[in-house]
Design a protein around this ligand. Structure first.
Ligand code: COA
Length: 256
């Protein structure tokens, strides 16, 4: 599947918003009570959020959804969902949706997009940290409680907060040269490739929980010591590794 046949644009109208809700259900398999409902998509688009779709021949195959936030008087976007249909994955659509979000935000003078991500999701972490240049220095324990999504395997919904400083030297360099600013690695945190299998079976779920617990402790300690996630690597057998170092505030445009 070529990503070139996919057109990205803002979603408009109830039909396209409803298609996002349906795709959300298909990707996460949430119960109806846990779905972000149609009316929130509609409102988000009207109040300065983003509902961006990836379309193939007019059919929605992926979307990015963000709501506006403020911190210390500065407007930013909180990107709540990024989803691509399984048969369209690994063709660059997810990354293109994030880049569209960035361009659209910058056009409106917004310099930061944040989102949270599951620290056990290897592909997602790689996309966020290495391919987009986001950093992480905050950790939320069991953010949403236990959800019905099979992707979560009944484990606590721990989340890392990705901060995407859209005009930072780090992000500009990652996007232009695919290489991030070098830094001294002060700590590593590993995620074994088998974690997906372990989460999926009641027999092995405890092993996934042990990794979650152990990494949670490591992240909380590292962040309280002022470290940030600045790098990520996947080895050829699919294991993931976070690299932590000191985030230099000079690398971003600090809020005025
Ligand atoms: C996360 C998601 C949106 C990514 O979409 P996508 O279109 O497949 O992403 P891309 O094709 O842009 O791939 C991103 C990177 O991950 C890499 N990747 C793919 N599979 C991988 C794997 N198993 N391990 C490590 N990296 C992997 C890709 O190669 C690509 O890197 P590259 O550009 O260097 O090749 C999609 O997998 C998805 O919908 N997942 C379920 C929902 C979800 O978890 N959403 C995110 C949280 S809200």
């Amino acid at each position: 599947m070529s990503a070139d046949s996919i057109v990205l644009r803002k979603c408009h109208g109830l039909g396209e918003m409803q298609a996002c809700v349906a795709l959300q259900k298909q990707v996460w398999n949430f119960s109806d009570a846990e779905l972000v409902p149609l009316r929130i998509f509609v409102v988000a688009e009207k109040i300065g959020g983003q509902v961006i779709g990836a379309f193939e021949n007019g059919k929605l195959v992926g979307f990015a959804f963000a709501i506006p936030g403020t911190r210390a008087g500065h407007v930013y976007l909180h990107s709540h969902m990024l989803a691509v249909l399984p048969e369209h994955r690994n063709a660059g659509v997810g990354r293109r949706l994030k880049l569209y979000q960035r361009d659209e935000a910058l056009m409106r003078g917004i310099e930061v997009i944040e989102w949270t991500f599951d620290p056990l999701e290897i592909k997602n972490a790689y996309l966020n940290i290495e391919r987009l240049g986001a950093i992480a220095r905050r950790y939320h324990v069991n953010q949403y409680g236990i959800t019905s999504s099979p992707l979560q395997g009944g484990l606590p919904t721990d989340r890392l907060v990705a901060e995407w400083w859209l005009k930072s030297k780090r992000v500009e360099s990652v996007l232009a040269t695919e290489a991030s600013t070098p830094f001294q690695i002060l700590k590593t945190i590993s995620v074994p490739a088998q974690v997906y299998e372990w989460k999926a079976s009641p027999v092995t779920k405890e092993r996934a929980r042990e990794i979650l617990d152990c990494n949670r402790q490591d992240f909380l300690e590292a962040f309280s010591d002022g470290l940030a996630v600045l790098g990520y690597q996947c080895d050829p057998t699919g294991n993931g590794k976070f690299f932590l170092g000191r985030w230099d505030e000079k690398w971003m445009y600090a809020p005025k």
